[in-house]
Design a protein. Structure first.
Lengths: 110, 116
């Protein structure tokens, strides 16, 4: 089983829709979690951290479920500019080894 | 804006040749990561340095790959000899590891490597 797993998609959604991605992780001792965004042929960029109590940043909401070992990202009122690959990231080692999921591709359609 | 600088942006080489990729982490960052990204495998961790010391290179083929940090402003990844299966995008990322685990990584723009 991979350390971090994501549905590769693609998720094709109309503008204005709400879309949610999940990501599961295998190491119950994982301590920190992030969502990164990667545009085509570009480097990954940090989108947001994921806190235990859940957190929002504008149209984006991230949540953590430690019991079921998954994190989620919710995007409300999707924009064309949200089209990208969203990478789930987990700190999985005692010395801060950071593991990336393979990403979920989102395509927002006009 | 502070950024991670990687060179070269693109590299095309023939099988058997040595390839060297360079990375300048963000000033003040104390961790450096090398990742390889392919369509099939996604981002794979190759090597990880903290305070210039290698902490994890288990993801790196030891027979042909080597990673070093000769000083705090330079990290290198070498492949010798290169093979076609090494063709991928290689990313360097840096971060600031403090006492807690909430390390955010900042990526360079990557080196697109093609081995013919």
């Amino acid at each position: 089983r991979k350390e971090v797993e994501q549905d590769p998609g693609p998720f094709n959604v109309p503008e204005g829709a709400t879309v949610a991605f999940n990501c599961t992780y295998s190491n119950s001792a994982s301590q920190s979690f992030f969502w990164y965004r990667q545009d085509c042929r570009k480097e990954p960029k940090l989108l947001m951290s994921v806190y235990s109590s859940g957190n929002e940043d504008g149209r984006f909401t991230a949540q953590l479920n430690r019991a079921s070992q998954y994190i989620s990202l919710l995007i409300r009122d999707s924009k064309l500019s949200d089209s990208a690959t969203y990478l789930c990231v987990v700190n999985s080692g005692g010395y801060q080894k950071v593991t990336f999921g393979t990403g979920t591709k989102l395509q927002v359609i006009p | 804006d502070a950024r991670v600088t990687q060179t070269p942006r693109d590299k095309v080489t023939e099988m058997g040749q040595e390839v060297t990729m360079r990375c300048q982490p963000i000033l003040g960052h104390n961790t450096v990561f090398w990742y390889r990204q392919t369509m099939m495998q996604g981002l794979e961790l190759l090597a990880y340095f903290r305070n210039r010391a290698p902490l994890d290179d288990s993801g790196m083929p030891k027979d042909r790959f080597s990673a070093e940090m000769p000083d705090a402003t330079l990290a290198t990844l070498k492949i010798q000899p290169s093979e076609p299966r090494d063709s991928a995008v290689y990313f360097c990322a840096s971060g600031l590891a403090r006492t807690g685990p909430n390390e955010k990584l900042f990526f360079g723009s990557g080196t697109q490597l093609s081995v013919l």
